[in-house]
Unconditional design. Sequence first.
Length: 549
Amino acid sequence: MTIDISRVKIERHRASVTQGEVSVYLDGKLINRYGDKVELCTAGHGSTPHTHNDGAVCFGGFHGLPDAHWHEVAAQRAGEVLERRWKLPASKAELARERVGNVNRKIVRAGLAPYALSIEAAEPAPVFDDHHANGTVTVNDFPRPGMAYEWPTRDGQQCQLLGWTDEIIVTVTGNVPCYAGWEFVAALENDPHAGVLTRVVPGLEINLDTLRARDASECDHCQTVRDRRKVYAVRHRQTGELRQIGSSCLPAFLGIDFSISDLAFTNTLDEDLDGLCGSDSLQDRSFNPLDVLAITVFMIARAGWVSRSAAGQFGGTPTSTHVMDVLCPPNSFAAREHARDVWASLSDADRETAARVLDYARTLTGDSEYTKNLAQVAAGERVGFRNVGLLASAVAGYNRHIERIIMEQTRQASTHQGVVGARWLFQHLTVTRADAQESQWGLSYLVKLADRDGNVFTWFASRFSFHVGDVVDVLATVKEHTTWQENQETQITRATVTAADPGPVMPHRARTKPAAKRTRTRKATAPAAAAPAPAPVSAPFVSAWGELD
């Protein structure tokens, strides 16, 4: 590599543990945002975030490509000659020649300049009996005079030198060949149930309506029309022109490149695109959208909504995975029994909520590709395997939509209700939020409710069986009066929740029946005169929640 690395700035973005992107700047200007190749970290740090010596950032036990890779990318864009070197076992020399030759033939057919290859002998590598090695010691004049080597040790003793491995240095010279000025922006897939769907590079705002309306079997480069499940959208950086390209022609636009990993050549282009757009599923199943949504409603009520990005960043299992485990249970007795239990547990309320969510998703409008994709998938009679997660996300969106509507309808200044420490009955509260949350103490629910006057109540519940939009009566202890985002809220605890009573609405302070006084019996020495009758006391009102004032 011949570029001055001080001219290059690298910014890494990790959408999840196993997905990442990298922004590369040259002389302060953004070159492009690329998909990172995320691999399992073997440095022994576990899931603790750390940075490797080569600049690769490790998050959640996975790391991306090192700085040197992105310096090479910058060098290519700078127009400087790119030179890359790999050290391989000597037996891989013919494989190197074969793979580079295959790539060069594709490059020549595209009318671009091919790579130059050179192979030379390297210093033999020592081989040690380093099983269970737990340290190193610096040995001078090894493997030859004037050199120093970190010799592995086991419990303070140098490991046995077993022999040597002959190695070669493979040098590939030349910039990555491609048609200048084009960048990858999205994949377009032909879904048999929803039509053409788009998978845009995360973080990129783009309108693909012109390509949605086209036949996804056409390639604008080779002008060949054939049965294609997926094509790719590329955009010219200067003119903004969009083209629809088949997979065979795509490398000519993005760069016909390769890398050497695990002593072999691999095509990094396909891996990068899979990381950006998601890999293909081999399953050819489709499902009833109402079933997908009913199962999602059921799962969210018991485990909360967890997106794939949140699961990668904070841990946990995505809700869409739970849904797929019911629709396509893994091949185990426990998994199949779990799926049967979920199907049997789906209530009429779950299916009614699913129907409302489906209607909501079908009427969505907006400029984002996510909204357009979701509306298309919801409009179909069935939903394909790959789009189950997309449709499931509609439930979380619907819940947020209902919460906004309820808060708008009751938008008044929320005030503190009840007396701290006392039991109160609050009637006709509307559930505006019910989020399940996993913690070290198990599953809990963040429940928000609002009355007709706009007063907001918060409750951290250990279990909760109602849905957003339900109207309930709550008998609870007022725990404290709090303020959230400049709104007064009443936090409650030890709550009993029932469906709302259609009677008049008025908060009541609850009380329990006083305990009967203990009387002491004495032996009478003579008949006593009858005591006067006590004045009548009105009996307390007894409701389903206890006795009330």
